[in-house]
Design a protein around this ligand. Structure first.
Ligand code: SF4
Length: 246
């Protein structure tokens, strides 16, 4: 899929002049987004077929839900990131990390903003590398995540100057292994799958939910927004009965 660079006006994903307090109040319920919005991480799991429920991703793309507190401890990841960045610097690369690499990209082909933040971008002469650090086990969604970075970074307004229109080399850095993803890994099959996903996400009508025990259990879409949610129906009924009996 050719993802064309946006004009200076187009990469704004959120409207201006909305006070933070207003945004905070709006987050107590699912709020329709002003424009469809997705992160690279969300897209990766469906692209890798690690998740099947397209409805869940469509909902998150079109609505903003209250965020849940995270139990993730980033210390191991951060330590690996610092070591890796130092190694690349010692090899003569100019290295940028995490927040320095944030982008919000709006394609000219689709009415959606895709945001991401690769762990490392390293540049030396004409050699550009994007890397992501992983502390857990190998997953196909990690590969999809890096392929998305490789596809989008050359066109995102914040990073396009680093890549001069060329797809960078990709790497996944695990504790025990480094997986190389040459630029030709962004192949026709990947582009086609990404295109199909974008068509689905940018449709004004949601796809049908695909409930399953595993996905519904960890899904961030609340029962009120997904009547197909497994188990949660029973839970809601139990709560209603308990309230009625008081
Ligand atoms: S609760 Fe289940 S069916 Fe509903 S959106 Fe989530 S995964 Fe899909």
């Amino acid at each position: 899929m050719k993802m064309s660079p946006p004009s200076s006006q187009q990469h704004k994903c959120h409207p201006k002049n909305i006070p933070n307090t207003a945004i905070k109040n709006m987050l107590t319920q699912a709020q329709k987004r002003f424009k469809p919005y997705a992160t690279v991480t969300w897209l990766s799991e469906l692209l890798a077929n690690e998740k099947e429920c397209e409805y869940a991703l469509w909902k998150r793309t079109h609505y903003q839900f209250e965020s849940q507190p995270s139990t993730y401890d980033p210390s191991e990841h951060d330590e690996m990131l610092i070591k890796r960045a130092e190694k690349l610097q010692n090899e003569g690369f100019t290295v940028s990390v995490e927040n320095q690499n944030s982008f919000k990209y709006k394609s000219q082909n689709f009415n959606i903003c895709v945001a991401g933040r690769p762990d490392i971008i390293a540049i030396k002469d004409d050699w550009a590398v994007v890397e992501d650090i992983k502390t857990g086990k190998h997953r196909n969604s990690h590969i999809m995540q890096v392929l998305l970075y490789m596809s989008i970074l050359p066109f995102a307004p914040e990073t396009q100057h680093l890549f001069k229109g060329h797809i960078p080399h990709g790497r996944l850095v695990y504790r025990d292994e480094i997986l190389e993803l040459p630029k030709w890994s962004v192949d026709q099959k990947f582009r086609q799958r990404l295109w199909q996903l974008m068509v689905m996400l940018c449709n004004s009508q949601p796809p049908n939910p695909t409930p399953s025990q595993w996905e519904c259990r960890y899904c961030k879409i609340p029962f009120a927004d997904c009547p197909a949610k497994l188990n949660q129906g029973e839970k809601a009924q139990t709560i209603l009965v308990a309230v009625a009996e008081k």
